[in-house]
Design a protein around this ligand. Sequence first.
Ligand code: PLP
Length: 403
Amino acid sequence: MKNELIRKTYIEVDMDTLKSNVDKIIKEYHNYDYYIGVVKGDVYGHGSYTINAFLESGVNYLAVSSLEEALNIRNINKDIPILCLEPIDLDFVLLAYQNNITLTVSNLEYLKKLVEIIKDKSLKIHIKINSGMNRLGFSTKEDVEEAFHMILENYTLEGIFTHLATLGISDPYYDMQINKFLELTQNIDLKKIPIVHIGRSLTLINHPKIPFCNGIRLGIIMYGFNQSPKKDTSFKGSLRQIKADMRIKKYHISETTLDCNIKVEEAFSLYTEVMEIQKIKKGESTGYGVSYKAEEDEFIAICPIGYADGFSRRNSGRFVWINDKKYPIVGSVNMGMIQIKIDENVHIKDKVELLGKHIPVKYASKYIGTTPYECMCMMHEAVPRVYVKEGKVVHIENWKVNS
Ligand SMILES: Cc1ncc(COP(=O)(O)O)c(C=O)c1O
């Protein structure tokens, strides 16, 4: 039962593609000691088994958002270091410690309370610096200094990091944040901290390596999205570039690279199947609200996927692919079903591609007015994840059936 798909609506994750993405990234940017795979949001929607592809290709640390996510991954891998990027509720820090989860400490009050709960040199801590995102982190050098000594005394101070709010390509924010990080850490010896990590995917490909960092947090690029801005060679684009160049000069913006050509590929596909076929007459409608009216006698395929699965209502009107041909979704996306206008070549049980080779997440996410991050994370965890290696299914994560 565990490895069977009841409803043939599932996400397929291509493990070879993910492995190859990370191989390419590490080969191209080989001068880091720590490649921290950001696997929050249930591994950007891919599901926890995915981490195996990353670990096989050189990711040597993982980062998550919450203790729940960390424990979920700990169930699969007992050894890989896992950093929880957000502070864990003090009522649960013992649980984190017992499971060898690395804590983020982002303010002094939290740290003082932590010391009352746990005193053990084996507990690993990373300090979070607020360099300008104003989300989490220490904001004064005095607090950073006090935390540094307190952590050295009680725990293993393993890392220090910050997060960048912008790309900093033609705005000065990137440089401002790096300078702020250096200012806030000027009273401590960064060399005493084994892992210093600041950058994310776009920092890696758009900026030279930050000299004092030996760790990089890899997120969206591992999943196959090279979001590096492309040079726009049109007349308007050239004018914009002249303006950008003037800003770069005026604000002494540091060196950046455009048009990074690293070829990473998406590994996330979404499929369903044809469950039933209706024949409707010209002028008849299908689905809620009688919004769609057939222009002629039509065949309508009904498929078991809907917004309860995370397939947004905003997908109404877009195309899906069946047997290498595209067909439109008609009427609105329901909670658990969609209607597709088909022809006589489509049959019950035919496989329907909603995301994948013909419809990359990159384009589908634009259609529904969001980002690839949200498009993948919004898929409900109850949609089974099917993992494929060398064309064969190697694992199925089927939340509803497993539990
Ligand atoms: C703290 C932190 N670091 C790194 C990342 C990875 O960012 P990206 O996916 O843009 O590489 C994230 C993503 O949300 C994050 O919150």
